[in-house]
Design a protein around this ligand. Structure first.
Ligand code: DQQ
Length: 580
């Protein structure tokens, strides 16, 4: 008996030691079968400064707004599981700086025939007299999609904790020429010069994806415009449309209702069949209630996207406190559903981005909001360091699993770039699929190896490579997840995009926000963005490393590199903040 007790004790001690150590294998052990997963409570992948609900599933950001000194974020949430569910509600959090968050009670839950089967996405509009109003999609008792109105119970509460649904709901039902189950996601409304409100709704009819415009004088009674505001073929439903003006010559944001010669307009559509957010710069023809994009949708890699990685159902708002337009986007998982369930959560929001129109007038620039810099802690800097082709340099002394890194590379003569015969034929994602060591690059590939293990068996390479054609220069930007984890069951798609660069370009910048299982990269000052979700087995916590590398035949110089370990954001329930 004594013997049995001793044996039992040994088994328990063995078990405890192994579960504490988490991963058993050494960093040189490539055989996945020998690697034991960390116990879920240790949560090495839960982010420390990105917005996440306390638990369970999150998808689209909803109704972001600034109201009486407080930022609001609502989001699509399954309160019961870490998977998308039959019942989706609006969860609600508030913040004073868009980085530290207080979770409040749910704002909208199914309650009436017009939303009894879920409260889907929608947007906020601040009505005259500083009165916020929300338009959202209800899945009604027949499982049809309808639009509903909700207003705060008490507008003197800056947290806007309680919302009441309007007695005239639904305020919009599927019009003719729109499928009953493909009519959703009202945008923020704008106020026309004729005093009427306008809002667009995502829709589909057969092969045609479209956005439908409604008008109203009182925000309750809405009339549909018979002609689509914007339409494309073979794209599925146009989810979560976002429509807003941008200044032609300023990084400042502008209120959604502004329409004059200083602004252009942007329409963003989340195409269901593509699962990407595409945007179009163009002209809003207010008299005809139409949007004319400067370039049409091609369904190829030429179309402009906010982000070339995981990023969907985004929504922007005008932050009148700081005169800027802020963009939120949902970052989906690359992990398996089973692992999401075991971790107990799924879905992130990006770090909010400021957006403005590039000087070229052709594309948007995105940059992490300045408030994220308040989390910057220990700093490491490198200046004037030459990186010969084939070299790798570790950026040590920072917490590589939780870091903000900005690198400015001095470029050699662009004439030395790789020749590209016909850029219109290029699929950047395909071009990125070759790993950087086997690329025969001249200027590049150079960039960062993020969330890398010491022996580099795990790494996510975020890099540039410069190309030239007969009349212009191009930069390929890639995020290669193929070696992001020793696990085989993850989505490891490699992402990429290619963009024009100025023939006089002497430097190019790369900023990357790394946070446990997310890598958000901003190329060339925010011209191109790629967000990745990665789940390394080895490169976690103290075993994560960060490197800068060059594998082109030409050397590049790190003109300036700054990397900061990032502090944890304070995200938690009211009265219980501290747990991200
Ligand atoms: N997510 C919502 C819909 C929207 C989709 C449902 C986009 O309203 O079209 O959670 O991700």
């Amino acid at each position: 008996m004594k013997n049995f007790a001793a044996q039992l004790l040994l088994v328990i001690i063995y078990f405890l030691i192994n579960s504490r150590n988490g991963i058993e294998a050494s960093t040189h052990d490539n055989n996945i079968d020998h690697i034991k997963y960390r116990i879920p409570e240790e949560q090495p992948y839960r982010t420390s400064y990105h917005f996440q609900p306390p638990q369970n599933w999150m998808n689209d950001p909803n109704a972001p707004m600034y109201y009486k000194g407080v930022y609001h974020l609502f989001y699509q949430h399954n309160p019961y599981a870490a998977t998308f569910g039959d019942i989706i509600i609006w969860a609600h959090s508030v913040s004073y700086d868009l980085i530290n968050w207080i979770h409040l009670n749910n704002a909208l839950e199914p309650s009436d025939s017009f939303d009894i089967n879920s409260c889907w996405s929608g947007s906020a509009t601040i009505l005259p007299g500083e009165k916020p109003a929300i338009l959202y999609t209800g899945i009604d008792q027949n499982k049809h999609q309808v639009q509903n109105l909700a207003i705060p119970k008490n507008i003197s509460d800056p947290f806007l904790r309680e919302w009441q649904k309007h007695p005239q709901n639904p305020v919009m039902t599927p019009p003719s020429g729109v499928e009953e189950n493909n009519f959703r996601d009202p945008s923020t409304a704008w106020h026309g010069k004729d005093g009427k409100w306008r809002v667009i709704i995502g829709a589909q009819n057969g092969d045609e994806g479209k956005t439908i415009l409604y008008q109203s004088e009182d925000f309750v009674n809405w009339t549909v415009n018979p002609n689509p505001f914007f339409a494309t073929d073979n794209t599925g439903v146009c989810e979560c449309p976002d429509f807003f003006p941008v200044y032609i010559n300023s990084t400042n944001g502008v209120d959604t209702s502004v329409e004059n010669s200083s602004v252009r307009h942007v329409l963003k559509i989340s195409y269901l069949t593509k699962q990407h957010d595409y945007y179009f710069v163009g002209r809003y023809v207010s008299g005809q209630e139409k949007f004319n994009p400067d370039v049409t949708f091609t369904g190829t890699s030429k179309d402009l996207r906010y982000d070339y990685g995981k990023f969907y159902a985004s929504k922007s708002f005008f932050d009148y406190a700081k005169n800027r337009r802020i963009l939120w986007g949902w970052v989906n998982e690359s992990d398996t559903t089973q692992d999401d369930i075991e971790k107990g959560w799924a879905g992130l929001q990006t770090i909010p981005r400021q957006v403005w129109l590039d000087k070229s007038g052709k594309r948007l620039i995105q940059w992490p909001i300045e408030e994220v810099e308040n989390l910057r802690n220990k700093q490491i800097s490198i200046t004037g360091k030459k990186l010969e082709g084939g070299s790798t340099l570790e950026i040590s002394g920072i917490t590589a699993s939780q870091v903000d890194v900005e690198v400015l590379f001095d470029l050699p003569e662009l004439e030395n770039g790789e020749w590209l015969e016909d850029p219109s034929e290029v699929d950047p994602q395909l071009l990125c699929s070759k790993q950087y060591e086997s690329r025969s690059g001249k200027i590049g590939p150079f960039g960062l190896l993020a969330l890398a293990s010491k022996d580099l068996t795990e790494q996510t390479a975020v890099f540039f490579q410069i190309y030239r054609t007969s009349n212009r220069y191009l930069c390929l930007m890639c995020s290669d997840q193929s070696r992001s984890s020793l696990r085989q069951d993850l989505d490891k798609t490699t992402y990429g995009t290619i963009f024009d660069i100025d023939s006089n370009l002497k430097t190019i910048s790369l900023r990357t926000l790394i946070d446990k299982s997310i890598i958000e990269s901003f190329g060339d000052g925010g011209k191109a963005c790629i967000t990745s979700r990665v789940y390394p087995l080895l490169a976690i916590e103290k075993d994560a490393h960060l490197y800068v590398f060059n594998n082109g035949s030409q050397s590049v110089v790190i003109s300036q590199l700054d990397a900061w370990s990032m502090k944890q954001a304070e995200i938690g329930h009211e009265g219980n903040i501290n747990c991200a």
